[in-house]
Write a protein of this length. Sequence first.
Length: 308
Amino acid sequence: MTATVFIDGAAGTTGLEIRERLAGRPEIILLTLDDSRRKDPAARREALNDADFVILCLPDDAAREAVSLIENDRTRVIDASTAHRTTEGWVYGMAELEPAQPALIAEAARVANPGCYPTGFLALVRPLVRAGLIPHDWSVSVNAVSGFSGGGRSMIEEYQQPDPPAFRAYAMALGHKHVAEMQRHARLAVPPIFTPAVANTYRGMVVEVPLPLHAMAPRPTLAAIEAALQEAYRGSPVVRVGSAEALTVSIEENAGSDRLTVRVFGNAETGQMRLVATLDNLGKGAAGAAVQNLNIMAGFDPGAGLVL
Ligand SMILES: NC(=O)C1=CN([C@@H]2O[C@H](COP(=O)(O)OP(=O)(O)OC[C@H]3O[C@@H](n4cnc5c(N)ncnc54)[C@H](OP(=O)(O)O)[C@@H]3O)[C@@H](O)[C@H]2O)C=CC1
Ligand SMILES: CC(=O)N[C@@H](CCC(=O)OP(=O)(O)O)C(=O)O
């Protein structure tokens, strides 16, 4: 079986990464618009309606506009933007989120690709909330650092200027656009406190959730937490539970790949724990997840095109 695929925003940071992952796959016919027509609404409307699958790699407003240009019931959408991640009628495109998620993605006409930070956060937290090891009304913090390609073309250009900051904390007003998505899909009663930062490196992320196990009743053990994550990701080609023997965790660990690694660090005596995920903002955090979703929706080999 073959499928026609149109990437709207194919010249952007995420679009280019997806094109690389789809190149040379005989089951995929890529529809492309040349540079002079890639922003032309009429050309985009035609491509959006000709394709079996469209992958939107656009700013939020342009992604909403693209969806409104689809005038048939056949074209299925994967949206990499933030526009539809908490929208009714859209399936959240994180195959590892729930045991039933791949089946929902497989049937969906509209799939919202997760944000990069929420991908790391949900991989750490959702299995533990589901297992009752983190109370659903717990106030969770998430501290994270991303490579600067996470900010798309404009941030890449900024970091190409002389003397960019080595490390820059942001979203100081605690209103980052990913908070709603994290809360909803982790099924938490209150929004997480999200403290992101950008490092002077192109790609990669470290996402961390510190938790005081000693304050929870009953107090979960580190072993029970790790067992719940092992259970959640058994057989996953993309997510693995890494060793807690590591003395440090680097942002480069999964940079340049579509893998995601979760680890459980802690001090059993004090009952303090650090859950840590590494991934690539452009890999599992964007393009890797989009290709994974396309494979599931089209019935292709689930690992095809992924950098694993
Ligand atoms: N970068 C990342 O790590 C991640 C990004 N995302 C999301 O993916 C989406 C794309 O981000 P990213 O690739 O980083 O951004 P970029 O800015 O690198 O790319 C966006 C692309 O969309 C094009 N574009 C803008 N408006 C239109 C329009 N009306 N019609 C057609 N093309 C248009 C831009 O063209 P031009 O440059 O000429 O304006 C550009 O090529 C965003 O919603 C982002 O939030 C999601 C997860 C991670
Ligand atoms: C470093 C950086 O700026 N990162 C981006 C998020 C990247 C991402 O996941 O993007 P979307 O939610 O837009 O898809 C930010 O914080 O806005």
